[in-house]
Design a protein around this ligand. Structure first.
Ligand SMILES: [Zn+2]
Length: 453
């Protein structure tokens, strides 16, 4: 964003900014954002009218009427509704998997995922880095101001993208980076030639094979300066191995997010003391209760809800009538199970957040648009709009351990704000039409400005 003096000498300013983006910024000024309403997801309360005073990228004051300090920039959003920047607590910015044609999938084990993951690893780290940067920008433009990237970014893709965004080199959300995902053997890319596989797999994963290797894998990621540890739990992973990883992560003040979809893996994650369970689709009532009692977060990922595969396959791939009807039927059954999971989660009192598990290529949608669409599946699955908004703001911030930084519009927190034209607590699809985005007190996008002129 240009200051007024920079605008006066726009040409000079452009040259300076282009040459030296890290040193040419003028001293921070106060910004006063005014809007018709402000939604507090924590309480559900609406403040109307609303004003947010921002200094040095942080929220200084929130109130109905705040007079602008001398020289402050005023951003007037008219009757819009402000809410905290959205958080995607489970994404994969460095993958956009194109689902192979039906006939191709039949020919490979694990064929939905493996060919594209393999290509992403071996094709070009540079190409992949640009994909991550594009997805990060698209997320930010849709109002997602923080993401937790849980694996699939090569050795250092997400830590480097995080640092590049923080340094102002490329636009994007705040990133909590997991580095390489910890897995047991046999989980991913099973169709690789074993004589060649290790060199490839080590670019993407760290292997757990016994408690000592689990600890070593965490340390390797710590060396890479990650923000969180991601482990995939399957039937090969023992409680002792995962508990060793948890202990090592906690010793380094990092949280540990465990992919666990099936009942047995969920139990392993609970018993080993994970901080969050990712997906958790088959969690029983007893397991939800154990998670609540141990303070383990459930990170819901409603990715496959509502005919997801047909939605992303059909525009680019001809699907046979048999597959279409089989998918429609199994999708309907899974949706019903998910509806029940959402109700059981709400009833159990377990703390929950939501992530997209975005790693798919959606024709004609940006990463941000597809991600917000995925969040909205929770509403379709029966969660009321306010709870969906909580899951991707205040609850997610708490799960990430960043509750003092993001997730609410409160003094002391980063000025990460979004605004929509209507009332998102009444109509959650408003989130698909985010028209104002601010991160760190800097305006990323403001479609209201044109409307007010
Ligand atoms: Zn995932």
């Amino acid at each position: 964003m240009f200051t007024r003096s920079a605008k006066r000498s726009a040409f000079l300013g452009m040259v300076v900014l282009a040459c030296s983006p890290l040193t040419a910024q003028s001293p921070a000024r106060a910004i006063l954002v005014r809007a018709g309403r402000l939604l507090d997801p924590r309480t559900g309360n609406i403040l109307a009218p609303a004003a947010v005073l921002i200094e040095d990228g942080k929220i200084k004051q929130v109130g109905a009427q705040i007079s602008a300090p001398n020289g402050a920039n005023i951003v007037d959003l008219g009757g819009a509704t402000l809410l905290p920047g959205l958080i995607d607590s489970h994404t994969h910015l460095f993958l956009n998997i194109v689902i192979p044609p039906e006939e191709e999938r039949k020919r490979h084990l694990n064929a939905f995922f493996a060919p594209a993951d393999l290509l992403a690893i071996v094709e070009s780290p540079t190409k992949r880095a640009f994909l991550g940067a594009q997805n990060a920008r698209e997320d930010l433009e849709s109002g997602i101001t923080t993401v937790r990237n849980l694996g699939h970014s090569g050795i250092d893709g997400d830590t480097e993208l995080r640092d590049a965004i923080n340094a102002g080199r490329v636009p994007g959300p705040r990133i909590l980076a997991a580095g390489r995902k910890l897995i047991t053997r046999g989980d991913y890319l099973q169709n690789l030639n074993p004589a060649l596989a290790d060199a490839i797999l080590q670019q993407e994963y760290l292997f757990i094979d016994g408690a000592d290797r689990a600890r070593a894998a965490v340390r390797q990621n710590v060396f890479q300066n990650v923000d969180v540890i991601k482990v995939t739990a399957d039937e090969n992973l023992t409680v002792a191995e995962l508990a060793a990883a948890v202990e090592e992560a906690h010793r380094n003040h990092l949280k540990i997010a465990v992919h666990a979809a099936e009942k047995a893996a969920i139990q392993t994650a609970i018993d080993a003391g994970a901080d969050s369970i990712e997906h958790g689709n088959e969690a029983t009532d007893e397991q939800l209760k154990q998670m609540r009692d141990k303070g383990i977060f459930l990170d819901l990922t409603p990715t496959a809800y509502g005919g997801f595969f047909l939605k992303i396959m059909e525009p680019s791939i001809v699907v046979s009538p048999e597959t279409r009807s089989a998918r429609t039927e199994s999708g309907g059954r899974r949706d019903k199970e998910y509806d029940q999971l959402v109700q059981r989660v709400l009833k159990s009192g377990v703390r929950f957040a939501a992530g997209t598990d975005m790693c798919w290529w959606y024709p004609r949608k940006t990463c941000g648009e597809a991600s917000v669409m995925t969040f909205l599946n929770l509403r379709l699955a029966g969660m009321r709009a306010l709870d969906v908004i909580r899951a991707i703001t205040v609850n997610a911030a708490e799960m990430l351990g960043w509750q003092d930084k993001i997730g609410a519009i409160e003094p002391g927190k980063f000025a990460d704000l979004v605004a929509v034209g209507g009332d998102p607590a009444a109509d959650i699809t408003e989130l698909e039409r985010v028209r104002f985005v601010m991160k760190d007190g800097k305006v990323v996008k403001n479609d209201f400005a044109a409307a007010l002129k």
